[in-house]
Ligand binder design. Structure first.
Ligand code: M6R
Length: 607
């Protein structure tokens, strides 16, 4: 989704802002723009397309020591140069970049127009500079606060005024904003990725907070001008983690990082002597944990599928009833919050609006909600009642890969913890841990099949429709595989329970609809083989992800991707990897923009 960077300091602002915008590309965008103050005036340049198009339009000699930049993911108004940010007031003396949606912009715009304001764009955002203009009488921060008080909706904004060189005012309500504190320079950004090459010292703004920065200082207040003392935090990851490191795409790099990222998700959380897990951030005593009677998981997209695997584990291993729900649906259906029910909000970014609002709704009803997040300091991580970081490191590709395996790993740990407090014996706990700890090596073995999976992707990438079929704990993995394929290759794919096929989707089977079956050697294998035969007898092509050396599966299938043998419940962590690679290579073969697929954003901060 949209990205923001603002800069005050001695470096050439245009270069800093263009670099920051480049690093924000991963969030997904369709146009970009910047405003630089130089020689006593604003230089505003906006372009549809990529940051390189914007960069090519910026005069090389444009210096300036403060400015703002934005990547836009269109919501209101088509994708064109005019609708790109920054937006300005009538006299081009105030420039604003905005993330989020102003819900009452129509009425505000009508009123402002009736008062003589002239609008240039179709966006909701443009009301902000006009409102600031209306209330400005020499004090920019005061005018911003008056303007913000009238807005309904969500915003992360940064604005600048031609009469206040070297100063930026930023504010947040529902859309993240951080202050970066450098040596004689300051930043405002929608995420730390944009500024990590300059500083690791940041202040995370909360909703309702306003930051006033210049090169040497910052000040934070609420909308009523009460000063708020903020803690300066240190970003824990390194710049190298957001570089491609020799890989062609971030997605490929992130798939290959999984042996390490799964290890990190477990790191320091296993207690071998007690054959259990220790999850420090839960903020729950053993007594609290013992009182849990039910679990409910809310999430969106890939995190939802990770939650589905988690629900399966919690029920089958820990024997605790568990449901998992799409966060956008839960929020609006007036959910019942029962006593002794623990809730999880699962989100890689920790900023997904649907999941954040679902979490707030649950908390409003008195629920305890734990976060399972990757981005440290993200809104869900901060507002949840406790939780677990997955420690995957930055996930830059829009398609989520390593976050999925790490989220699922956390659910294994949580299931182990609860099971060991209940029925699981010490010996069973030891066995569970050994199996979990063997996963990184097994993922490495699958990654060694990369070339074979690539060849298969080349062979199948011209098909227009796919079915991904799995059962039991691997059913969500089939859905995740289908999601990966459609989002980055734009090939239509559906994930189904293999058993459900006969209730409808089997009508689609012919030579043109390959079926990708997940076939571990578990209790449902014979049932899945029957489903495979049903496809075969209708001339459907079959790709199977099956256990190495399984000749029965090889005989029925057109192609087989082998995975190492595992204990039944651990298959999701390995079965998903060939599906990620298959989707990746299909997308590459089709010449897609793998890391920034069309229409998608990395963190979906609007409803
Ligand atoms: O940051 P989150 O985990 O909350 O994001 C949820 C979804 O938007 C995300 O998983 C999305 O489905 C990805 N593009 C999947 O690859």
């Amino acid at each position: 989704m949209c990205g923001i960077i603002g800069y005050c300091g001695p470096k050439p602002a245009a270069a800093v802002i263009l670099e920051g915008l480049k690093r924000l590309e991963y969030r997904g965008y369709d146009s970009a723009g910047l405003c630089i103050y130089s020689d006593g005036r604003f230089h505003i340049i906006k372009r549809t397309g990529k940051i390189r198009d914007l960069r090519n339009s910026v005069p090389p000699l444009l210096k300036g020591d403060f400015g703002i930049g934005h990547t836009r993911w269109a919501t209101h108004g088509e994708v064109n140069n005019v609708n790109a940010h920054p937006h300005t007031d009538c006299d081009d003396r105030i420039a604003v970049v905005h993330n989020g949606i102003i819900e009452n912009y129509v009425s505000l715009k009508e009123k402002l127009k009736s008062e003589g304001h002239v609008f240039q764009t179709e966006t909701d955002s443009e009301v902000i500079p006009h409102l600031i203009e209306k209330y400005y009488s020499g004090d920019l921060e005061e005018a911003v606060k008056e303007a913000l008080a009238l807005l309904k909706g969500t915003y992360g904004i940064v604005c600048m005024h031609i009469d206040h060189p070297g100063k930026l005012v930023g504010a947040r309500n529902g859309s993240p904003l951080v202050v970066g504190i450098g040596n004689g320079e300051s930043f405002l950004a929608s995420d730390v990725t944009a500024i990590i090459s300059h500083t690791k010292q940041v202040v995370y703004l909360e909703d309702g907070e306003v930051a006033n920065i210049d090169a040497d200082d910052f000040r934070t207040t609420d909308l009523r001008d009460q000063v708020i003392e903020k803690k300066v935090e240190l970003v824990s990851w390194e710049l190298e983690e957001i570089e491609k490191d020799g890989f062609v795409h971030f997605m490929e790099k992130e798939i290959f990082e999984q042996p390490e990222s799964v290890k990190r998700a477990m790191g320091g959380r296993i207690e071998p002597d007690l054959a259990t897990a220790h999850l420090g951030g839960l903020n729950m005593s053993n007594k609290d944990l013992l009182n849990i009677e039910r679990v409910r998981i809310v999430a969106a997209g890939t995190s939802f599928y990770a939650g589905m695997v988690g629900a399966y584990l919690l029920e089958s291993i820990a024997r605790i009833p568990c449901t998992v729900e799409i966060s956008s649906e839960l929020r609006y259906r007036n959910p019942v919050v029962e006593r002794n029910t623990l809730h999880f909000a699962v989100s890689q970014s920790g900023e997904t609006a649907d999941t954040l609002y679902a979490m707030r709704e649950l908390q409003r009803k008195g629920a305890t909600v734990l976060g399972i997040c990757n981005v440290v300091g993200s809104t869900i991580a901060r507002e949840s009642d406790g939780g677990v970081y997955i420690h995957s490191g930055p996930e830059i590709a829009v398609a989520s890969t390593k976050a999925f395996t790490s989220q699922v790993t956390v659910f294994y740990l949580f299931s182990l913890l609860l099971s060991r407090m209940r029925h699981m014996s010490y010996e069973e706990g030891v066995d569970f841990i050994q199996n979990l700890q063997s996963v990184p090596v097994k993922i490495e073995q699958i990654l060694m099949n990369n070339q074979a999976i690539r060849n298969m992707a080349v062979k199948y990438s011209h098909f227009k429709d796919f079915l991904f079929l799995g059962r039991g704990i691997n059913y969500p993995v089939a859905m995740e595989g289908a999601l990966k394929l459609k989002e980055i290759s734009y090939i239509h794919a559906e994930g189904y329970s293999a058993a459900e096929m006969k209730h409808g989707p089997i009508a689609l089977i012919n030579e043109e609809t390959p079926c990708l079956f997940l076939v571990p050697d578990d209790g449902l294998k014979e049932k899945i083989i029957s489903n495979m035969r049903e496809v075969k007898s209708r001339k459907g092509k079959i790709i199977a992800v099956a256990v190495e050396g399984d000749s029965e599966i090889t005989e029925i299938s057109d192609d087989v991707i082998e995975v190492p043998r595992m204990k039944e419940c651990f298959y999701p962590l390995v079965m998903v990897v060939p599906l990620q690679l298959f989707a990746y290579h299909c997308a590459v073969e089709l010449g897609r923009d793998v890391d920034q697929p069309r229409n998608l954003a990395k963190s979906v901060t609007v409803e």
